[in-house]
Design a protein around this ligand. Structure first.
Ligand code: GLU
Ligand code: MG
Length: 632
């Protein structure tokens, strides 16, 4: 989740005093990097995935499953055995927000050859085995996006009570501070977000109204000092801490582009796929022990780190704050970055004018300048006393401070100073899946898509406000089947038009894009859109790929294809059906300890290949080629 520095964190009052300092030097650091590496051309496309995991304990005797708060120790053991022993170790482990979470990536990035697609799943398997091997008996590594009973009494091991008074970090009625990673960065972020905002964060998720769900659904919170009663909406699941959002897991992919231009082009193109891939990967229907009416985590995390004051949110006139800010720090992107994206930039962009001018004066073009000037409307949230005065030529912590706490659907990443890393973009919307097979399928699909976009110079851009509308639809229950998404019709035409009109052409109007189902977008529909899978298949036919790799890739594409057509369920849908059929479920939207235990037990057997799940993952994998336990 970003940079970790050692030292003494400053509280919000102190941090605030240095906000302008951090921004000023952050911009200087960005300019120094930019000027050194703007011309850099790399010829290979490197990429890598990030998987976030939860550590859970299965208590069979009591029929309970709990999150184990020993991520810190597990991480240390994994690093000691791995990267610290061997710099070429095949896996890398990093901390995440929850003290029950860890994050794993491949040790080295993947390169540009097709055969590497055949190693992704193996590497994910290595990660899973490696981490599993250091866990205690009855503990297991789960790749679930949100823990169904997160924030319910006794959901952690060891058990802790929340601290809903001022001295608590998040002051939550439900989420104990011990469930936050013990590195001070995470508690500082949590506390400073709350102090900056002037109150606890407010998360309201619509409840799924089942036959016996009370209507209206209104909860009472005995330990509430009044804040929860004011904030909780009727018919919603109310949550009040950063952990309810950042304590969720996801699947991300980072690409290194050949040049800054290519990175900007990819950033824009991939932005249009964020809602589509999020809906396809939907895996988080349950919150704080209740069945919700959404399938994805996005809005929950967004609200969980929303540090905007009332003024910034437009509830009061601006007096002490500088800007009216339309979105949380965790949200969808607000502007395209490539020159051809400019004409689709139709979202109101709040920027820091002074910073924008400073960037323009330094020779940065309008689109990149406004992108940075928009990220920099935010205040730094965590600052370490030892890290205030830096060497702007050789360090980038102040830039990274703001960059890494703008958690958007896409991230445009300049190279770190003095490294041989190139310009990168990160694709961040996807929810994590149960099995390494599914996670590999999503990763390989999106990487292949970038290859096709770059090779055929495709254009998927639509007005950015339409991508935002898609983001809203994507989170709804069963969006894959029922949602309609704005999507570009002629993805080749844009290129021809651009060449002809040299980018000066104004928007051609509504007929460039239309509403499509995910099935149409992925699988195609005669007369409307040819479909991404057919395009990828066509690309694959023209590539030299060894038989084995081709077979692996085709299996991945089949999974995506069938998830899109509805032949296979999303994880969210599958979890809903599991709960619905559970003998203890009373049609009242409540996930009891027992239901949660049985659900996660089932998830664990599917993850470890002890059980098949044909509704979620058909049996078309290459198990026959690679006989092993995980024959899904
Ligand atoms: N866990 C967060 C999510 O689900 C992402 C944190 C990160 O940026 O690594 O989106
Ligand atoms: Mg992460």
């Amino acid at each position: 989740m970003g940079l970790l520095s050692k030292g003494s964190p400053l509280n919000w009052e102190e941090t605030k005093k240095y906000a302008d300092h951090v921004r000023k030097h952050g911009i200087v650091q960005f300019l120094n990097i930019y000027n050194k590496v703007k011309e850099r051309q790399k010829d290979v496309l490197l990429w890598g995935d990030e998987v976030e995991y939860m550590l859970i304990e299965m208590d069979e005797k009591n029929g309970k499953v709990r999150l184990v708060l020993n991520g810190g120790e597990v991480l240390e053991t994994l690093q000691d055995k791995g990267e610290k022993t061997n710099p070429n170790h095949p896996t890398l482990w990093r901390p995440e927000y929850g003290s029950y979470m860890i994050e794993g990536t491949p040790g080295q990035p993947y390169g540009g050859t097709m055969s590497e697609f055949n190693t992704v799943e193996d590497n994910m398997g290595k990660r899973r085995r490696e981490a599993s091997s250091v866990l205690n008996k009855n503990e297991t590594l789960a790749t679930i996006t949100s823990f169904p009973r997160l924030g319910c009494p006794g959901f952690t091991q060891p058990e802790y009570k929340p601290t809903p008074v001022e001295k608590g970090v998040s002051k939550s009625l439900f989420f104990p501070d011990e469930a936050i990673n013990r590195h001070p960065r995470f508690s500082t972020l949590t506390r400073n977000i709350r102090h900056r905002r002037g109150e606890k964060v407010v998360i309201n998720v619509p409840i799924f109204k089942d036959k016996c769900t009370p209507s209206p659904f209104v909860e009472k919170f005995p330990e509430d000092d009044g804040e929860a009663a004011r904030a909780a909406l009727p018919d919603h699941i109310y949550m009040d801490a950063m952990g309810f959002g950042m304590g969720n897991c996801c699947l991300q992919v980072t690409f290194q582009a050949c040049s800054i231009e290519e990175a900007r082009y990819l950033y824009d193109q991939l932005a249009t796929f964020c809602p589509i891939m999020m809906a396809l990967s939907a895996a988080s229907p349950f919150y704080r022990g209740y069945v919700s009416d959404i399938d994805c985590r996005w809005g929950v995390i967004s609200a969980s780190v929303d540090d905007r004051t009332g003024e910034e949110r437009g509830l009061e006139p601006l007096k002490t704050n500088k800007f009216r800010i339309l979105k949380s720090r965790y949200d969808s992107i607000d502007s395209y970055l490539s020159s051809c994206g400019d004409r689709y930039n139709d979202i109101d962009l709040t920027i820091d004018e002074e910073i924008n001018k400073q960037l323009l004066d330094a020779g940065i073009d309008k689109l990149l300048a406004q992108h940075i000037a928009h990220l920099f409307i935010r205040d730094p949230l965590s600052l370490f006393e030892e890290k205030i005065y830096l060497d702007d030529e050789n360090e980038s912590d102040h830039f990274e401070n703001l960059q890494s706490t703008n958690w958007q659907t896409m991230r445009f990443k300049p190279p770190p100073p003095n490294s041989d890393i190139g310009w990168r973009v990160e694709f961040r919307p996807m929810e994590v899946q149960l099995t390494d097979f599914e996670n590999s399928a999503f990763v390989v699909f999106i990487v292949l898509l970038t290859r096709v976009i770059l090779s055929y110079k495709l254009d998927f851009l639509i007005p950015l406000s339409k991508v935002d509308e898609n983001m809203k639809v994507a989170q709804k229950r069963n969006a894959v089947q029922e949602g309609m998404f704005y999507f570009r019709k002629d993805i080749y035409k844009g290129e021809r038009m651009r060449v002809r009109f040299q980018c000066f052409e104004t928007c051609e109007g509504d007929n460039e894009y239309t509403l499509m189902s995910i099935d149409t977008i992925i699988n195609g529909k005669e007369g409307i859109f040819q479909g991404l899978i057919p395009i990828l298949n066509c690309y694959l036919e023209n590539m030299e790929v060894d038989v084995d790799t081709r077979c692996t890739i085709l299996n991945y594409l089949k999974l995506i294809k069938r998830r899109a057509s509805g032949e296979l369920m999303t994880m969210a849908k599958w979890m809903r059906e599991f709960v619905d059929k559970h003998p203890q479920y009373k049609q009242d939207s409540v996930i009891t300890d027992r239901i949660n235990y049985d659900l996660l037990r089932k998830c664990d057997s599917i993850t470890n290949g002890e059980e098949r799940c044909p509704e979620l993952i058909a049996s078309f994998t290459h198990a026959a080629k690679h006989p092993r336990k995980t024959d899904y």
